[in-house]
Design a protein around this ligand. Structure first.
Ligand code: FES
Ligand SMILES: [Fe+2]
Length: 349
């Protein structure tokens, strides 16, 4: 059900400190903390003696001490003290997950540790680059399967109905969509030409009147969505590599971490190509984004319930093509991972 050999966001950096933070990811219970040197650590959150969550214990230096009988585990998961025993029991060990920090987020590799490669963490273009403003996002807990969120983030059409007072503008209902496929995901996009800008963006643009608008909806495995909006004066749109000077670019980065089949933790932040130091503007954009995400949340939680409890058939529309393709790609990767993890049974002689 989940792709394991992948990096997922486990927490915002400021949530991970010298306390013990418990998290559930992909149905696995994890405890997060920092070493004295400040490095993030992720361990299985269950003591191998009686399965007391290690998050109920305490930190002693870089090791976690279980709150029941004092077994201690270092960041590699190895038991380093067993105060009631003469020697450390050989099976006393917890799983240790590779953990890294990027973009103000702590990322955890959920699969085979030997395959973890920090360079494969999603690369955020323009992060920390001069001239780019940042809306320091946040995190939402959404009561739905994570793939309903990736569906939504590959579906520019929903804007016309779900975000009527923010992102809707003429052209969002019917302009045809283009799909570009990649090895690890896809992009659904369209340029909408010479229309009024949406209410949310109009005050942010450096020009007045109509605009050309790009809606770029991109999802990469395992569940990373990049939502790019570009606005140019009419006649300036059509080529992202050749934008006129007054163009406004907003990129929303969305990292979905499945908690289980029914819950998702959704981390996000945004970049814009204007007013890098305008904190009041960042705060305004933040408020608008949260309002829009909550509009999505209401729909997605109801869709999750509706699909889970359906008593009649449902069907797909043309607008679902991108979402369905992403689901197929992910299914294939999960199947390949499962077959690699369970070798074929040995033949009898
Ligand atoms: S339950 Fe952890 S040491 Fe006993
Ligand atoms: Fe939305």
């Amino acid at each position: 059900m989940f792709l394991k050999n992948a990096w997922y966001v486990a927490a915002r950096s400021e949530e991970v400190n010298r306390g013990l933070l418990k998290r559930t990811m992909l149905k696995e219970d994890i405890v997060l903390y920092r070493t004295e040197a400040g490095l993030p650590v992720a361990l299985e959150n269950a003591c191998p003696h009686r399965k007391l969550p290690l998050s109920m214990g305490c930190l002693k230096g870089d090791a976690v001490e279980c709150g029941y009988h004092g077994l201690m585990f270092d960041p590699s998961g190895k038991c380093v003290a067993a105060p009631t025993q003469e020697r450390i029991p050989p099976s006393a060990r917890v799983k240790s997950y590779p953990a890294e920090e990027r973009y103000g987020l702590v990322w955890v590799w959920m699969g085979d540790p030997a395959q973890a490669d920090a360079s494969s963490i999603y690369q955020v273009e323009n992060y920390g680059k001069a001239g780019w403003g940042r809306t320091d996002g946040g995190v939402l807990d959404i009561k739905c399967h994570y793939l309903y969120i990736t569906d939504n983030l590959l579906d520019p059409s929903h804007v016309a109905w779900v975000h009527k007072t923010s992102f809707f503008a003429p052209g969002t209902e019917g302009t045809p969509l283009e799909t570009d496929l990649y090895e690890d995901g896809l992009v659904v996009s369209r340029w909408i030409y010479n229309q009024t800008p949406p209410d949310f963006y109009a005050p942010l643009l450096k020009f007045k009147g109509n605009c050309d608008r790009l809606q770029h909806y991109e999802v990469r495995t395992p569940s990373i969505a990049v939502n790019k909006s570009i606005f140019t004066p009419p006649g300036g749109g059509g080529d992202v590599n050749n934008l006129p000077e007054q163009s406004y670019v907003m990129v929303s980065y969305n990292f979905m971490t499945p908690v289980d089949e029914n819950h998702t933790r959704y981390y996000w932040f945004q970049h814009r190509n204007t007013d890098p130091d305008d904190e009041a503007l960042s705060a305004r954009i933040h408020t608008g984004a949260v309002m829009a995400f909550n509009e999505d949340r209401v729909v997605l939680e109801a869709v999750h319930r509706g699909m889970a409890e359906k008593t009649t058939d449902n069907f797909n529309l043309g607008l679902d093509a991108g979402a369905l393709r992403f689901r197929m790609l992910l299914d294939k990767m999960i199947d390949a991972e499962c077959s690699a993890a369970s070798p074929a049974p040995a033949r009898r002689a």
